[in-house]
Design a protein around this ligand. Sequence first.
Ligand code: URP
Ligand code: ZN
Ligand code: ZN
Length: 463
Amino acid sequence: MGRLIKGGKVVSAAGSSQADVLIEGEKISAVGPNLQANGHTVIDAAGMLVLPGGIDVHTHLDMPFGGTLSADDYEWGTRAAAIGGTTSVIDFALQSMGHPMAEAFKTWRAKSEGKACIDYGLHMAVTDLGPNDSWIDEVDQMVANGITSFKIFMAYPNVLMVDDRTIYKLMERTAKLGALVCVHAENGTVIDAIVQEALAAGNTGPLYHALTRPTVAEAEAVHRVVAISDLAGGARTYIVHVSCEDAMREVESARKRGLPVLGETCTQYLVLSLEDDMGKPGFEDAKYVFTPPLREKKNQQPLWDGLKDDVLQVVSTDHCPFRFADQKTLGLESFTKIPNGGPGIENRMQLVYHHGVNAGRISLERFVEITAESPAKIFGMYPQKGVLAPGSDADILVWDPKAKYTITAATQSMHTDYSIYEGFEVKGNARQVYSRGELVVDNGRFVGQVGRGRYLHRGLPSA
Ligand code: URP
Ligand code: ZN
Ligand code: ZN
């Protein structure tokens, strides 16, 4: 028999209503008012919101970076995601320069196999199209493998950065296929020059990571990549981790011109800031060294407005955790050696709900849209994921809008020895989390099986 989630308020991007949700096997079989119990197990959701499971499309699990490895592997990262109400992630397979994409695909499938607690997909981070772009057909092969989004970095010279020609050639192909290119937009070479100037002046502390990466360097790269995508035949382009108003205005301008450009911001840029979190004594601010860096507080409200007004479509986490004690401290002598990234996969839903919905910045429906429905559409998983409808996977949150919770490293599941949101108080939290019909989180406790998560063979974007 199935399970009937009864008496809650079911939310989608289109609207909310009192309705029951029937789960049979891995799928939702019915959604509607007053569904009959008919021998199904009834789950009382009175006073609760019933939401599609969150989808975090920007995570870095088990990733070699900055001379070390991100601290959450697929088991711990996806367990933390589930506890926070996220039921699917899309992580990055990283192509090594000089090696084919197929190798990266194999490596990342091996990292995740038998470990993931929820369903997961992969983007392919492209660093090399081979001699005379001779590996370009691998793009088609990746799409056939269910990887319908490609990532390029315009930052991190000599590590991940690609040149404009590579971007253009990749986009020519993705434009033909209807696939998506995700872009880390920052002018890496100019930033590198500014970094060298800071070091020469003896400015080596974590704050200088932020001060050497001005917002204009982000906005310039957005502007440039939008132009390249247009030249390449109108390639669908998704700007990841938009951190500031300058860069967001470039996304807005592209969209106003009718170009297929989408934008994502991350939780940290919405609730943390340069003033509040950088410049802390005792190397403490190394915890907040990620890229792009934290920006001045004045950027926060424009980003929220951009989410409300559909300038930006998604909130992700860019979860790339490193422990403070033995990883962040690699950069004690120079901020250039601090592994870039921060933990957040566990807290996205709580923080966006609290600071967005409770604070009146976005509606409940928009919350569902930017955390689940749009990610599912943009990344080719809709309506399997991102919506509560008959036939969809039963990825469901029973969300208690009154639950109060204080975020702290002491009780988190993520494998870092700190939280960038330490002491943040939120109202609204996942009470139960179902993944393909299975209860995986009950009152903050993971009760699922490790390794039950499945690889998501994604289709082409539908938004
Ligand atoms: O600092 C960050 N964001 N680390 C992960 C890699 C990236 O740029 O997304
Ligand atoms: Zn990035
Ligand atoms: Zn990232």
